[in-house]
Design a protein around this ligand. Structure first.
Ligand SMILES: CC(C)(COP(=O)(O)OP(=O)(O)OC[C@H]1O[C@@H](n2cnc3c(N)ncnc32)[C@H](O)[C@@H]1OP(=O)(O)O)[C@@H](O)C(=O)NCCC(=O)NCCS
Length: 193
């Protein structure tokens, strides 16, 4: 699939990336309901840090606290939502945290079950990684996933990320010890669109 990635507009707090089928922008309070809906899906939450049900106040506090974070600001998570261009529906999000003083960032991603299997997560994460290397000038991007999270692993591999770590029972997660993979890619390895 050929994907056009176009940066449309950016200032410090309001950042927008446009891809072939998606608009990526900072999360906003108006995203609360859709965010709640897909994050409360037990299958979507299965390998994620939260346990459904999340409640509205938790999510609106979470979003409120992110409003002052500038894209790429070291030490701060940015939550970027994915909006379908054709109907402006909010279908997923990714999180990016640039670490302090390292020029490296951690990436996370979540897509509503209704929209999985259509390449949207690939399109969105590819655009954000591209932005992070090209515009933020980062050196390395990494992502950590449960070893059983096959769709996430597939996505990370399709982005060209390399498995660099395999942690054994490094996390007590949802009632049991879990294993995690670390995937990463360097800026010099990135295949720019
Ligand atoms: C991880 C997650 C984002 C992956 O979503 P996804 O939709 O499978 O990922 P992609 O966007 O890469 O889509 C790939 C699939 O779309 C298909 N596809 C359909 N149209 C496509 C297109 N135009 N372009 C690319 N792929 C397309 C691919 O063939 C592939 O299908 P397959 O998995 O049956 O082979 C999703 O499973 C999810 O949100 N999981 C729950 C949250 C989670 O665990 N997050 C990770 C935490 S580390």
């Amino acid at each position: 699939m050929v994907k056009k990635i176009k940066k449309r507009e950016e200032d410090k707090n309001q950042f927008i990336i446009e891809t072939e089928r998606l608009i990526l922008r900072n999360i906003d309070l108006k995203d609360t309901e859709t965010f709640l809906e897909y994050r409360n899906d037990p299958l979507v939450a299965k390998y994620q840090s939260w346990e459904p049900p999340l409640i509205r106040e938790q999510v609106s506090d979470f979003i409120n606290n992110l409003q002052t974070h500038k894209i790429g600001e070291p030490g701060k998570w940015n939550q970027i939502v994915w909006i379908l261009k054709k109907n402006l529906v909010h279908i997923g999000d990714c999180a990016l945290k640039v670490q302090e003083d390292t020029m490296q960032a951690e990436l996370g991603f979540t897509l509503s079950r209704n929209y999985q299997g259509k390449g949207y997560a690939y399109e969105a994460t590819r655009a954000l990684i591209n932005y992070a290397f090209e515009e933020l000038g980062l050196h390395r991007i990494f992502s950590i996933t449960d070893c059983k999270n096959t769709t996430a692993i597939k996505l990370l591999k399709s982005l060209g990320m390399r498995q660099e770590g395999h942690f054994i029972e490094n996390i007590f997660f949802k009632g049991a010890w879990g294993d995690e993979f670390l995937y990463a890619i360097l800026q010099k390895e990135w295949n720019y669109p």
